[in-house]
Write a protein that binds this ligand. Structure first.
Ligand SMILES: [Fe+2]
Length: 168
């Protein structure tokens, strides 16, 4: 049958890259949280892009577009790092969501409320990213540390831009 070759499913692998198996598992778990936060913030940012109204419409519409595009590209990079560490990526958003520290949006906010919420989320994510980056470094996983440091730079720049937009 032609389907025989299609039977295998994703399973953990054991890349011999000098990172201990227990450390790879721990880092992959931390990256699931980073992925969950990135996706949750991506959806929230995209929804704000659509719903924003008022005098800040244009700057916030443009800034959120820049941000959701970055977050989407980052989600891909983070999930692929989980795979490179030998672990399967989460199979669904439902499986991923409980790992998130950022909460989904449930209300219809003003432009000012959107900015406040985004600042809070970006700040929370940066704090978690720093912990994950330092713990990956402790495990000699410099590739993950490098990736997470770049993610921190994005979020810190986003915080600056959002604060500057609202003069906060
Ligand atoms: Fe758009």
């Amino acid at each position: 049958m032609a389907t025989i070759g299609l039977a295998p499913k994703t399973k953990p692998t054991t890349p011999k890259t000098g990172i201990e198996a227990k450390d790879r598992a721990k880092i992959a778990k931390a990256l699931e949280t980073v992925l969950a936060d990135t996706y949750t913030l991506l959806v929230k940012t995209h929804v704000y892009h659509w719903n924003v109204v008022g005098p800040l419409f244009l700057p916030l519409h443009h800034l959120t577009e820049e941000h959701y595009k970055d977050l989407f590209a980052a989600a891909d990079e983070i999930a692929e790092r989980i795979r490179a560490l030998g672990k399967p990526a989460p199979v669904s958003f439902e499986a991923l969501l409980p790992r998130a520290s950022v909460e989904e949006e449930t209300t219809n906010r003003s432009a000012g409320g959107m900015i406040e919420q985004l600042i809070e989320d970006h700040e929370n994510i940066v704090t978690r990213l720093r912990e994950a980056a330092l713990s990956a470094e402790e495990a000699d996983d410099l590739v993950t540390t490098d990736m997470l440091t770049a993610r921190m730079a994005f979020h810190e720049k986003a915080i600056w831009m959002l604060r500057a937009t609202a003069n906060k």
